[in-house]
Design a protein around this ligand. Structure first.
Ligand SMILES: NC(=O)c1ccc[n+]([C@@H]2O[C@H](COP(=O)([O-])OP(=O)(O)OC[C@H]3O[C@@H](n4cnc5c(N)ncnc54)[C@H](O)[C@@H]3O)[C@@H](O)[C@H]2O)c1
Length: 438
């Protein structure tokens, strides 16, 4: 049955992408968009820029580019803003991050040098390893939120933006658990006035975004918008939210491979994952309290894909270990090893080894771009609250309360594309295909 589709406001005018954190991921994103705009490079890894979507029957031969199928902001209409605890421009921060070659950065020096970060909302206790002085002060956390709201309004008018989205690409905060102050908007606002230590800086940014009608995506594993209070605010303000933790590197590999093993009913005894990483993210994650946030996010994927409670004989007792070691010589070029102990027919044991020599920010930047563009689309389509259809991009997708997340990347992609078809009133694709044999 063909659906009616959803009314979507056109992507007219400028889209401001507000980046919290102007580090390796953010500068790789900004430089990449500028390089693509100038025809220097291709947006490899970005579904919104390079992906297609099949419509109708396999015999119809209709597979437009996603960006031609749904009204997305054009890269030419994007303008970037950022906050960071360091005053470095995007050019200096990109040079410092060492992800992209100097030659490429020098070709883009004009747009990168002109992107200078606004003063950040930062609390030392949340990221112990970093010390910067481009930081706001205020009488309490509500005051800091109001300063961010003023920054957002100023940025909007200075840059003549029609719409804005905010993406958290700042350092991973320490692990905190949901407590009473996170349960309702009233409780959170009171806690902000009281300077409660459990109101993380990332929550203050998200609060300010939503109060300004700006969608918010969380690229790190911090709790941030994944609390009832901010879900409540998203419903109240009609703003789209999603998170958390960009799915790149090792977890990407896990959610590609694990569904395949499970589909063949191959058993799993254990999955040992370790990484060496030498960038600033690695330095922050070297602190056990910050690593704990990442560990929880990374560990959750296999449990949900393998469903040990449904398949106790195959997956009832597997061991899953994740390590990250800070090793400066590697910079952003992370190396991730996986040792996977599996068993097959009659319980015979086998092993798989993966050695992924990846580049963290090269994998993350296109995800940040897609998230910004899709969140802007969702907002124009009136899709408020948690955007589970964007699970494709996250290690620990945010879902409605009581709903387990889908981690299988193929289910996530199908969900994403079916959401786009639904938005445009196209038939959803179930892959049943009986009609070809009638
Ligand atoms: N690169 C990846 O593959 C990947 C994957 C998943 C998640 N992430 C997460 O994305 C985030 C960014 O990664 P990165 O490699 O760019 O790290 P980075 O250390 O290079 O950049 C983070 C920046 O955030 C700034 N910052 C810290 N706290 C801030 C605050 N409260 N307000 C404003 N700025 C603040 C830091 O000064 C730094 O410049 C990290 O949390 C990382 O864990 C990255």
């Amino acid at each position: 049955m063909v659906e009616k589709g959803v009314e979507i406001a056109p992507a007219e005018g400028k889209l401001g992408i507000l980046l919290v954190g102007l580090g390796a991921v953010s500068t790789t994103l900004v430089a990449g968009v500028e390089a693509v705009k100038r025809g220097i490079s291709q947006p490899v890894g970005s579904l919104t820029q390079m992906g297609t979507i099949r419509l109708g029957k396999r015999t119809d031969n209709r597979s437009p580019l996603i960006k031609d199928f749904v009204p997305l902001a054009s890269l030419d209409d994007i303008v970037f803003g950022a906050w960071d605890i360091f005053t470095d421009s995007a050019y200096d921060a990109a040079m410092n991050a060492g992800v992209l070659e100097k030659d490429l950065l020098n070709q883009l020096s004009e747009p990168l040098s002109s992107l200078k970060p606004m003063a950040a909302v930062f609390e030392q206790n949340y990221v112990k390893r970093l010390h910067g002085d481009n930081v706001k002060t205020g009488k309490n956390k509500m005051d800091l939120a109001e300063q961010l709201i003023a920054d957002i309004a100023q940025f909007r008018s200075d840059n003549n933006c029609d719409r804005l989205v905010m993406v958290w690409a700042a350092s991973t905060e320490i692990y905190i658990e949901e407590g009473p102050i996170h349960q309702s908007l009233d409780a959170l606002e009171k806690a902000m006035y009281d300077n409660d230590p459990l109101v993380a800086p990332s929550m203050i940014y998200a609060y300010a975004a939503m109060k300004s009608g700006v969608p918010f995506a969380n690229g790190a594993p911090n709790l941030t918008v994944d609390i009832p209070a901010l879900v409540e605010l998203s419903a109240k303000t009609g703003v789209a939210i999603c998170g958390k933790d960009f799915k790149t590197g090792q977890t990407l590999m896990k959610t590609i491979l694990a569904p395949g093993l499970k589909s063949r009913m191959i058993g799993l005894e254990g999955w040992y994952s370790t990484n060496i990483l030498g960038n600033r993210d690695g330095e922050v994650l070297d602190d056990p309290e910050n690593f704990k946030s990442k560990e929880v996010s990374k560990l959750s994927v296999l449990e949900h894909i393998f469903q040990p409670e449904v398949y106790p004989d195959l997956y009832g007792d597997f061991s899953h270990v994740v390590r990250i070691n800070y090793y400066p010589p590697r910079g952003d070029n992370k190396e991730g090893w996986d040792n996977i102990d599996i068993f097959g027919w009659l319980g015979y044991k086998m092993q798989i080894k993966i050695d992924f020599l990846c580049r963290d920010s090269i994998l993350a930047a296109p995800l940040a771009l897609d998230l910004a563009l899709f969140m802007d689309l969702a907002q124009r389509a009136g899709m408020k609250g948690i955007q589970e259809w964007l699970s494709f991009y996250f290690k620990a997708p945010q879902t409605a309360p009581g709903l387990y997340p889908e981690h299988d990347i193929f289910i996530q992609l199908m969900k994403l594309k079916n959401t786009l078809r639904h938005m445009r009133g196209e038939e959803l694709i179930t892959h049943l295909g009986l009609e070809y044999y009638d």
